[in-house]
Design a protein around this ligand. Structure first.
Ligand SMILES: [Zn+2]
Length: 328
């Protein structure tokens, strides 16, 4: 029988479940609702229910399950297996989730940051498949990501590595809640693209469809900027190009540090597809060094919202799978 690891992705609305087998194949992901204002025990109970459902759905024998991986929003400690302070779940503060899940389901468990787990999923069976070193930028409300080196998630000495969104791309630039100025997140996230576009429109009143939309709706979003740019709005295009340029600068820094096989982009902004990738690639080629050819390729993530659960399973596989195959 094929050995598997089960993955659990804890979100504010849903807990998602998936699995990965020894051939790196991912099973279908399903979700259960996250209890509202949950106590930690309620969350663990939902996780245990989901694990039992996976076992039943796939007719798994318990001895074929090598472990369970849990992915959760940070900050958290992978080493200690505890959540630190989830912004939307105050009751889970400092909760030893890894060990409590392990006790509830009866399998060894791992805990990983959800952004790192998603990156690991793309590395294992998504847009980073076949690579050894892969970096993922997640472009959503903020800019997150994960760095996979030699098949392992990079955490750093203090578990603060891989914070791609807080690479400084503009010294003295836009202030970031992290305390630095000019972080990539301030230039490359959907929320900040919209925020700074609105500010510029109010100050400069450019001849643009966006000026009209902002006047009518009181706000604009990244999707609207993208759509206006597609329709030939010069100001919207300028905003989009600037965002792509900063993301490309981030890519150049990543290449100098890690020389990955591939950089993968995930998150809501990637719905723009090639409209996002093409300008990043163009600016990347322009900003990149000319001393040697950079072979790093850029791609859009393949697994969408399933990546967290699949990656959590993959992280567990990394911890428990290799041990099993060498001993059996
Ligand atoms: Zn920052």
């Amino acid at each position: 029988m094929t050995k598997v690891c089960i993955g659990i992705d804890l979100g504010g609305t849903f807990v998602k479940f998936g699995l990965v087998d020894e051939t790196r194949r991912a099973g279908k992901v399903f979700s259960l609702p996250t209890p509202p204002n949950p106590q930690p025990e309620d969350v663990v109970a939902v996780m245990a229910d989901g694990v039992e459902k996976i076992i039943a759905d796939h007719s798994l024998a318990r001895e074929d399950i090598l472990g369970v991986g849990v992915g959760a929003p940070g900050p958290l400690s992978v080493k200690r297996g505890i959540l630190l302070q989830l912004p939307n779940m105050q009751t889970m503060r400092n909760y030893p989730l890894r060990d409590r899940v392990s006790e509830a389901v009866g399998f060894p468990a791992t805990l990983e940051n959800d952004a790192n787990a998603a990156a690991y999923a793309e590395y294992l069976c998504g847009a980073g498949q076949g690579t050894r070193d892969m970096v993922m930028f997640t472009l959503g409300t903020g800019v997150g990501g994960g760095i996979i080196l030699d098949g392992k998630v990079l955490h750093g000495a203090n578990e603060m590595g891989g914070e791609i969104g807080h690479i400084i791309v503009q010294p003295g630039g836009r202030p970031c809640p992290c305390g630095q100025k000019g972080c990539l997140e301030q230039y490359g996230s959907a929320m900040n693209l919209a925020k700074y576009a609105s500010r510029r429109i109010r100050e400069e009143k450019p001849v643009s469809r966006l000026t009209e939309i902002l006047k009518q709706n009181g706000e604009i979003d990244a999707k609207t900027i993208h759509a206006a740019g597609r329709d030939g709005d010069a100001f919207a295009r300028e905003l989009w190009e600037e965002m792509a340029m900063y993301l490309a600068v981030g890519c150049v820094s990543i290449c100098r540090l890690f020389d990955p096989d591939r950089i993968v982009f995930a998150g809501g902004m990637t719905r723009a597809g090639e409209d996002l990738l093409e300008p990043i690639r163009r600016h990347f080629q322009r900003e990149d060094w000319t001393m040697l050819e950079t072979k790093t390729t850029l791609a859009i993530a393949a697994l969408g919202a399933d990546a967290g659960a699949i990656g959590a399973a993959g992280v567990a596989w990394n911890a428990f799978g290799t041990k099993s195959s060498s001993s059996s």
